[in-house]
Design a binder for this molecule. Sequence first.
Ligand code: FAD
Ligand code: SF4
Length: 450
Amino acid sequence: MADGRYAAGIAAGRLDSAQYAENFSDLHPPFDQHEALVEADRCYFCYDAPCMQACPTSIDIPLFIRQIATGNPLGSAKTIFDQNILGGMCARVCPTETLCEEACVREAAEGKPVQIGRLQRYATDTAMARGRQFYERAAPTGKRIAVVGAGPAGLACSHRLSMHGHEVTIFEAKPKAGGLNEYGIAAYKTPDGFAQAEVDYILSIGGITIENGKALGRDFALADLTANYDAVFLGAGLAGVNALRAQGEDAAGVENAVDFIATLRQADDLSKLPVGRNVIVIGGGMTAIDAAIQSKLLGAEQVTICYRRGREHMNASEYEQELAAANGVVIRHWLQPRRVIVENGKAVGLELEYTALRDGRLVGTGEAVTLEADQIFKAIGQSFDPVPLNGSGNAIEMEAGRIRVDAEGRTSLPKVWAGGDCVLGGDDLTVSAVAQGRDAAESIHRTLVG
Ligand SMILES: Cc1cc2nc3c(=O)[nH]c(=O)nc-3n(C[C@H](O)[C@H](O)[C@H](O)COP(=O)(O)OP(=O)(O)OC[C@H]3O[C@@H](n4cnc5c(N)ncnc54)[C@H](O)[C@@H]3O)c2cc1C
Ligand code: SF4
C-alpha cells in the first residue's frame, strides 16, 4: 500500500497501477470451451423452459445451450442474436439472478442455476471474435427512419429496421454511441472497450448512419423529424437527474453518481481519477451500488451507501448488494440526508435523519447522525427530460414523467414510436430497452410496408 493512500480529501492515484488493472478487470471472466461444454451439460433442456419466459427478449435459451453442448457456438450465437442483437452486452450486464437464472429449475431444485449469462457470453463472444455476421439487409424499401438516441433501445430498433431494408439515421447527443452501455454500466462488467466493439458489430449490417453530437431540442425539433422521415423512434433514455433537496447540495465534492460513472468509463488512466477518502453514496438502486463499488476500487478508504428505506426495499438486487458488501462497501438503511456539512466551500460530512414507516408512510424520526465525507454521490434516480420534445406541442402524451406508449411502442403522436428507459412501464434494464426497440421496429415496419 502506497504511503498517503488514504490522504484526506479528494485525490487521484491512491493505488499503484497494477492494482487499478486488477480491481477493474472482468467481473465474471469468460468460460473457455471446456467450461462452456461442462456448464451446458447441466441444462435439462426443459420443454416449457421457465428461463426463456423470464427473459424480456424471449431468447430460446434451451436451444442456444443445446447448440453449445453440441459444439455449435456460432449457431448458438445466431439463436441469441435473432432475438437480441445486443446479446453480448446483456450476457455481461443482465441481472440474471432475478431473470432467467432465478427461473431456472436447477435454481429451484438445488440453488445452483445453469449459468445462462456466461454461456450466452461464450456463444456471442465466439461469433464476434470471428467477425461472423448472420444478417443481410432485405431489398431497399425506400423508407427513411430517424432514431433519437444510440443507446440499447435505439441500436436494437435501428438494426431490426435495417434488416427489413429501411434506411436509418440515428441522432445521438453524445460524442460516442452506446448510451449507458458506453457511459453508465460499471467498468468491471464491460471492460476492454466491449461497448464500442458491439456498436461496430451492430452497425456492420449497413444502412445505419449515426450523427453524433446532434441533440433533439437543441439542434433540431421533433417536427423536423416527422416532416422529413417516414417514422421516428425515440430512445432518449433518462437524461435528467433527481435533486437531493438537501442544504449544501452545491458544495464541492457533491456530485451526481451518473456523472462520476460516465467520467470513470471514459477515463484513459484511472490513476488520474480523483476519489474521496470517505465517500457516501445516497440511494438504493444499481447506480448507487455501482458508484460505491467503483469508488472503493479506486482506492477510497470508507464507502457507505445510505438508503432511506430497508434492505428489502432496495432496487438493487440481493446479488448486487452482496457484491457491494464483498467489496467492502457498508450499506446503511433507514437514513435520509438532511444537510451537507460544508467547510470552505467543500463537503466534509453529511447529516442524516433516521426514518421509519408509520402507517405505510416514510417519515423522519427526528433523530440524526453525522457521517464524515469528503465526497458525496447522489444516486436517487434519473428522470426523463421532456424539454427536448419541443416542436411536438403537447401532442405526445406523458404519464408519470415518461412517454406513454401502447403495446407496440406507438406514442400518441402519429409516425412517432418510443422505447427503452424514456417510456412508461419499463423496468430500466438494458435487456428491456433492447426488447422495446426491437418490437417498435417491427411495428414501424408493419405500418410502413404492411
Ligand atoms: C449507472 C447505471 C448502471 C446501470 N447498470 C445496469 C446493469 O448492470 N444492467 C442493466 O440491465 N441495466 C443497467 N442500467 C440500466 C440500463 O443502462 C438502461 O436501462 C439502458 O441503458 C436503457 O437504454 P436506453 O436506450 O433506453 O437509454 P440510454 O442507454 O440512456 O441511451 C439513450 C441515448 O439517448 C441519447 N440522448 C438523450 N437525449 C437526447 C437528445 N435530446 N437528442 C439526442 N440524443 C439523446 C443519450 O445520449 C443516450 O446515448 C444501469 C443504469 C445506470 C444509470
Ligand atoms: S430452466 Fe434451466 S435447466 Fe431448464 S432449460 Fe432453462 S437453463 Fe436449462
